[in-house]
Design a binder for this molecule. Structure first.
Ligand code: 13P
Ligand code: SF4
Length: 301
């Protein structure tokens, strides 16, 4: 029996559903029941009936799914798959900022630890951050942990004052603007679609800035034959599935999130068989971190 077939059988036996982010490897995306961006996956996680969720992504995703669904078993194929940005805000420093700016809202990118979510008024993803910040009554925003997403949102909500944190995604931060420029020169007809986690020099070159699902949607609904893509290379699978006739150019230094690539079919089978790597979140943290996540779901409707 193939590994794929074994996983399908185990899924039925264990009443499990597989959720996968666009950055995991193609073979994992191919066997997943649902593939999407962080926002889609957290929305999906609350609507599913299955008792077990296998989360093919990094730890903040599994943790958020558990916090939103405490009665479900959430399994991570690789317990060490983590997002480097998630810990790039210091909880003590955030608490101090909150004390100094009592009227400010703490807006927390979902790519963060549960401990940071506990200090926050609302969570956002790259797909809904602008809409949510606009909807908040507060005029002052403490945005954690991503400085690049923070600046991108601030530019679109000029009536609010932002206080930034110095976090970033290493994969998007180190993307070289000169490599995007080289692609533009070689393919002047191609629109540049980038993720808001990219550094400011890359964002300046973009025709469109959006979440992974936003990028895939843009490339799918526009008739152009080619696009330059500024995000992690895992999106190539879905882009090509939906647009087999179009060409997608990525920067020469391929943007790869090593943690996302830790998820393999073998590990999915193993956690389904053994129940290993179950996500654990203390009741106290669950209680505090649930409110900002639920507020995100409510405000983005
Ligand atoms: P999305 O919000 O597009 O899913 O992006 C998540 C992420 O980790 C980007 O690096
Ligand atoms: Fe985190 Fe960057 Fe990987 Fe996304 S690509 S999960 S932000 S390290």
């Amino acid at each position: 029996m193939t590994l794929e077939k074994e996983i399908l059988e185990l899924k039925e036996q264990k009443d499990a559903v597989i959720l996968a982010h666009y950055y995991v490897s193609p073979e994992v995306q191919a066997i997943a029941d649902f593939v999407g961006d962080s926002f889609y996956l957290s929305k999906k996680a609350v609507s599913l009936k299955a008792r077990t969720l296998v989360f093919c992504g990094v730890s903040f995703m599994g943790e958020s799914a558990k916090i939103l669904n405490p009665e479900k078993t959430v399994l991570m194929p690789d317990a060490t798959a983590d997002c480097a940005m998630a810990r790039m805000a210091d909880a003590k420093a955030v608490a101090a900022l909150k004390a100094q700016h009592k009227d400010a809202a703490v807006v927390c990118y979902i790519n963060s630890t549960a401990a940071l979510k506990c200090l926050s008024d609302v969570c956002v993803t790259s797909a809904n951050a602008v809409k949510i910040v606009k909807a908040l009554p507060q005029k002052e925003i403490i945005f954690i942990p991503d400085k690049n997403l923070g600046h991108f949102v601030a530019a679109q909500v000029p009536d609010k004052h932002f206080i930034y944190n110095d976090g970033y995604c290493p994969v998007h931060e180190k993307m070289a603007a000169r490599e995007i420029e080289a692609l533009k020169q070689a393919h002047p007809e191609a629109n540049v679609l980038v993720h808001p986690e990219c550094n400011a020099a890359v964002l300046k070159l973009a025709d469109y800035i959006g979440s992974t699902s936003g990028i895939i949607h843009y490339a799918t609904v526009h008739d152009d034959p080619a696009f330059i893509i500024g995000t992690e290379e895992g999106v190539r699978y879905q882009l090509s599935q939906e647009n087999p006739q179009k060409t997608f150019y990525f920067p020469k230094t391929t943007p790869v999130c090593r943690d996302m690539k830790l998820v393999t079919l073998k590990k999915i089978k193993q956690v389904l068989e053994t129940g290993q790597n179950e996500v654990q979140v203390s009741l106290d943290i669950q209680k505090q971190a649930k409110a900002p996540l639920q507020k995100m779901l409510a405000l983005s409707k």
